[in-house]
Design a protein around this ligand. Structure first.
Ligand SMILES: [Zn+2]
Length: 342
């Protein structure tokens, strides 16, 4: 094959046009092989240089090499363009909107009974109380007898119990047995609260359930008086319900305290005047009293040297009053829309 300048010009024109119109990187690579590969026109032209007359060979060689360098440069530039186009298209198609707000992850809630328990613990820990726990399966001695509730005592009727199969152990009906267990294993001064679940075979209604929560308080030391109990109740009730609440103490009766009292706070809605929510203006919050001397003895403490007071309250009831919940059973239902309100 003979080569002349006209052939090289035609090769150059064709190469420039096809490189400029190559649609993508794969097509350009194919074109590169075609233009510069062994079967390409330029390679054939270079191979044919040897057959040219000597006086034309140098000029044609320089021309062919210059064209080869030009084509290589055009291929590289076009490759760069096509790559940029490809990446630009990719960014349009696969973009990320950093301002996009996904569905929010719902955080969990503390159960209202957990909230009230934490608050009660905090209120009493500020005045030096420890938290004591006891078993939920109790024997009759700790649940009844040691608390002055013998077999035939009418109080047993009000605490209709769940007995285990052996007929001797039962699910505790109140947190008071923790008083006995704590006194048996500690010496005064004693200052504890004992929260936990209790169980009774009560009919289930808006204010009674077969499982509910109580906390017990017990203080035993030298010269503990009823006025200490009264001050403690006032401190507790105002801490929980608000410093503007008034406290009313009334007489009551429990087998394990003497004397026994009940404590009420003024209704937060009507301030004691009486309304639909409180009926008589006052809300009963706990029962309490001076620990009966025989109960101290049952706990291994000499009533000649020590005296004490005890109090007990329903955590469910306190939570109902504080959060204005009118059905105790809501606390045991697994209703998320109820729980989200707290
Ligand atoms: Zn009221």
């Amino acid at each position: 094959m003979s080569v002349n300048v006209g052939d090289l010009d035609a090769i150059g024109i064709d190469a420039r046009r096809r490189i400029a119109s190559a649609p993508d990187e794969a097509a350009l690579e194919q074109l590169r092989v075609e233009l510069l590969g062994k079967k390409g026109g330029l390679t054939a032209a270079l191979r044919g240089l040897g057959r040219l007359p000597a006086d034309q060979r140098a000029a044609a060689g320089a021309r062919a090499n210059s064209l080869k360098a030009e084509i290589e440069g055009l291929l590289a530039t076009r490759a760069q363009q096509l790559q940029e186009t490809r990446i630009g298209t990719l960014a349009d198609r696969e973009w990320v909107d950093v301002t996009f707000v996904p569905n929010p992850i719902r955080r969990g809630h503390l159960h209202p009974l957990t909230l009230i328990l934490r608050e009660v613990k905090a209120i009493f820990s500020r005045i030096g109380y420890d938290v004591a726990l006891g078993p939920q399966v109790e024997d009759e001695f700790h649940n009844f007898e040691a608390l002055n509730i013998p077999q035939d005592h009418p109080a047993r009727d009000t605490m209709d119990s769940f007995y285990l199969e052996d007929g001797k152990l039962l699910l505790r009906t109140h947190t008071s047995p923790v008083q006995i267990r704590y006194m048996q294993s500690h010496t005064p001064p004693i200052r504890i609260i004992a929260p936990g679940a209790v169980y009774r075979r009560d009919a289930t209604d808006p204010s009674h359930g077969s499982q509910f929560y109580q906390f017990e308080g017990l203080v035993v030391d030298h010269d503990i008086r009823l006025s200490d109990l009264k001050g403690t109740i006032e401190y507790f009730a105002r801490s929980l319900f608000g410093s503007d609440r008034r406290i009313r103490i009334s007489g009551d009766h429990f087998p394990f305290t003497e004397p026994s009292i009940g404590a009420s706070v003024s209704c937060g809605l009507c301030d004691g005047a009486g309304c639909r929510s409180c009926k008589a203006g006052w809300l009963e919050i706990l029962g309490a009293g001076m620990v009966h001397p025989q109960v101290l003895r049952n706990g291994g403490i000499d009533p000649q040297h020590f005296s004490g007071f005890a109090f007990g309250a329903g955590l469910d009831r306190l939570a109902m009053l504080k959060y204005n919940v009118n059905d105790l059973r809501m606390f045991l239902d697994k209703d998320v829309s109820f729980l989200r309100q707290f």
